[in-house]
Design a protein. Structure first.
Length: 351
């Protein structure tokens, strides 16, 4: 049986943060090592231009993402690793064809679009509106059925599925309806205790390249409560906290402190295991938690995972010619597949 395809990408906005790593890269690694899948991983540098950017920073950002990809374990022997811009002729072309089956109203109502409009009110461009259509083209050009991304990308995947259905029924094509491959870290909240971990919010994130003192200093600032209480996280029903928080429900019932505790507990669970988290839960209801101690141990556990990644990153930084070649090789492999899809779509559309 033919292998199922996977595509994912990260915008070229610089070094990856912990949210990118846990929500996207971890899933990319898991699927890369699964023999049932053929994996395509790109640097979404065209998408980076949908919000204000500096050309020189874009170039740097592309390199930073590539180095982080390689350091984290994306492997050219197992995956096609490429820059979206190296296939701009095909991805942007398919996005244009896709845009013929999507209404402006559908795109204007997406929560991700509305967020960006709030963030950059003077820069509401066609490129920004079209962001999900280009993303659908990125995925469907490889006929990918699995997409390892964080939960914030779900509305975009919904658009991709709609486009697949419409193109299939209108032009007798056979696009799969892509679904998200979720990881434990599908939604990493901000270290500030408000919103999600994001590159655009200072103090909200850890970088994969942070050393132990930097991680400690950032965790030290996470707001916490007194460390004792009957009910965790301000009466939010068990299990619902993470999901509902993302959608903004319960936001009013929660304090910044309780949300800070929630992010610490999630990170404890991810980096130190479920049992450790349950011990803290017990302490919370009993003798109380020392957050200072918790943060120190958690910082160490996170750094243990970052250490080998940082070591590999240094090695790749010293081999710039090799790193350049990675994208060439990846683009070649990706192009082979992408060309076939674009030709097929043009044929069926009578172009
Ligand atoms: P970007 O750069 O905004 O995000 C990259 C990836 O990181 C995930 N992520 C998070 N996951 C968990 N918790 C967080 N706090 C967090 N912050 C970010 C995102 O969900 C994403 O997986 N639109 C994509 C780029 C893209 C793409 C594609 C992805 C372009 N074309 C095709 C998949 C398939 C994006 O959001 O990038």
């Amino acid at each position: 049986m033919a292998k199922k395809r996977v595509l994912s990408g990260i915008r070229a906005t610089g070094r990856l943060h912990l949210g990118n790593y846990l929500g996207a890269v971890k899933g990319m690694l898991a699927l890369q090592d699964d023999p049932d899948y053929e994996t395509f991983y790109m640097i979404a540098d065209l998408h980076t231009t949908t919000t204000p950017f500096e050309p020189a920073e874009l170039k740097k950002g592309r390199r930073e993402v590539l180095l982080d990809y390689l350091a984290a374990g994306l492997d050219t022997e197992k995956s096609a690793i490429f820059a979206q811009s190296d296939l701009a002729d095909l991805h942007a072309q398919l996005a244009f064809y896709f845009s013929t089956v999507v209404s402006v109203a559908r795109l204007r109502h997406l929560p991700t679009f509305k967020d960006k409009v709030k963030q950059y009110p003077g820069q509401v461009t066609m490129a920004l509106l079209n962001y999900p259509v280009l993303m659908a083209a990125d995925i469907l050009i490889y006929k990918a059925s699995k997409v390892p991304v964080g939960i914030d990308q779900e509305p975009h995947l919904e658009v991709a599925r709609e486009i697949a259905r419409k193109m299939n029924s209108k032009y007798n094509l056979n696009f799969p309806e892509p679904t998200r491959f979720a990881t434990k870290g599908e939604h990493i909240p901000s270290l500030t205790g408000k919103g999600k971990m994001s590159k655009s919010v200072q103090g909200s994130y850890l970088n994969l390249t942070d050393d132990l003192p930097a991680i400690k200093a950032k965790l030290a600032k996470v707001p916490t409560d007194a460390g004792v209480g009957d009910l965790k996280y301000e009466n939010v029903p068990k299990g619902a906290a993470e999901k509902l928080k993302y959608f903004g429900v319960y936001e009013s019932k929660q304090t910044k402190e309780s949300r800070g505790v929630a992010v610490l507990m999630l990170l404890v669970e991810i980096f130190q295991g479920k049992e450790r988290k349950e011990e803290y839960d017990k302490q919370y209801e009993g003798e109380g938690i020392s957050y200072q101690k918790l943060k120190g141990e958690l910082a160490k556990a996170i750094f243990e995972e970052f250490k080998p990644i940082q070591k590999k990153r240094k090695e790749f930084e010293e081999k710039p010619e090799y790193v350049e070649k990675v994208l060439e090789k990846g683009a070649k492999a990706a192009r082979k597949v992408a060309e076939i899809t674009v030709r097929e779509v043009r044929d069926k559309m009578g172009i």
